[in-house]
Design a protein. Structure first.
Length: 270
C-alpha cells in the first residue's frame, strides 16, 4: 500500500500575477479553501498522511499556513527546490523522503473532485505493477497540453506535448483527447531516469522526457481516466471558472464551521 505523497508547490505562478507577488498560487482560495488543501484531501482519502511539500522561491507563506500539517490531519515535511529547473527536478527533491518506496505526486495547483479518484490510480498501479501510473482527463482541445495514447487496458502507448491538430488525430479516443493531469503514482525507479533527463537551454527538465526514457528501457507506464472535475489553477481563466462553479456548490454553514475549526486548531499550536 502506498503511504507517501509529494505535493509540488515550487512554481512561481507568473500567469497569476499580481496576486502571486504577495502569496503562492497554491494558497489561492477555491470556495473558501486554498487549492493545496484540496490536494491534501486527495491524499488523505487515499490513506496517505505522510506528505512532503516541495516548495520554492517566496513560498514561506505555505509553511506559515500548513505548518506541520497536524491541523489538517496529516504529517507535513518540506523540501526546497533552489531554482526553477522543472518538475522532474522538483520530484527529485523527494528521493530521500520516499526511501525506495512507491509514492504519489500531485501538483499543488491541481483540483480534483471527487477526491476518491486517486484511489483508482493507486489500485491500477498495484494491480499492473506499473512503474508510472498517470491520471488522465478527457478534453476537446489538446493543442496546449500533453496528451497520451492508451490501449483498452490503460497502458500508455505513446505521449506527445502540445501537438498540432494533425498530430493529435491518432490520440483521439471517444471524441476526446486524454491529457496528463498533475497527478502521478511513481516507483522509486523514476529517480534514476530523472538523473538521465536532459535540461533544455533554459535549464529545465520536462517530465514527459523522463517517462519516455523509462518506456524505452521497457518499464510499464499505465493510466486511469478521471471522470469528475479537474482543473489546473494556473491562469486567471481557469481559476475564475472553477471558483464560479464551486461557489454555487458549497454548504456555506459547513464551510464556515470548518474554517473556524481550523483557526481554533491553529491557535492551540501558537
Amino acid at each position: 500500500m502506498i503511504r507517501k505523497g509529494v505535493i509540488v508547490a515550487a512554481g512561481r505562478g507568473s500567469r497569476l500575477k499580481p496576486i502571486t507577488n504577495a502569496y503562492p498560487k497554491e494558497l489561492i482560495p477555491i470556495a473558501g479553501k486554498p487549492v493545496i488543501e484540496y490536494c491534501i484531501d486527495l491524499l488523505k482519502v487515499a490513506g496517505i498522511t505522510n506528505i512532503l511539500i516541495v516548495t520554492g522561491w517566496r513560498k514561506g507563506a505555505l509553511q506559515d499556513y500548513l505548518r506541520d500539517g497536524s491541523s489538517f490531519g496529516v504529517n507535513i515535511t518540506y523540501a526546497f527546490q533552489r531554482a526553477s529547473k522543472g518538475l522532474p527536478n522538483a520530484i527529485h527533491q523527494a528521493k530521500n523522503f520516499t526511501n525506495g518506496d512507491d509514492f504519489v505526486v500531485v501538483n499543488g495547483d491541481n483540483f480534483f473532485q471527487p477526491s476518491s479518484s486517486l484511489l483508482n490510480a493507486i489500485e491500477q498501479h498495484d494491480r499492473t505493477r506499473s512503474h508510472v501510473t498517470l491520471t488522465l482527463y478527457g478534453v476537446k482541445d489538446p493543442t496546449q497540453l500533453g496528451i497520451a495514447k492508451i490501449d483498452d487496458e490503460g497502458k500508455v502507448i505513446k505521449m506527445i506535448e502540445k501537438p498540432t491538430w494533425e498530430q493529435a488525430e491518432e490520440y483521439k479516443k471517444n471524441e476526446e483527447y486524454l491529457i496528463q493531469t498533475g497527478c502521478y503514482v511513481l516507483s522509486s525507479e523514476v529517480f534514476k531516469f530523472i538523473e538521465q533527463t536532459p535540461f533544455n537551454n533554459k535549464g529545465e527538465q520536462f517530465l514527459p522526457e523522463t517517462f519516455e526514457l523509462m518506456q524505452k528501457s521497457g518499464l510499464l507506464i499505465t493510466s486511469t481516466t478521471h471522470k469528475g472535475m479537474w482543473n489546473d489553477v494556473g491562469t486567471w481563466k481557469a481559476y475564475l471558472e472553477l471558483e464560479k462553479e464551486m461557489i454555487t456548490k458549497i454548504d456555506i454553514t459547513k464551510t464556515i464551521m470548518e474554517r473556524e475549526g481550523l483557526k481554533e486548531e491553529s491557535d492551540m499550536h501558537d
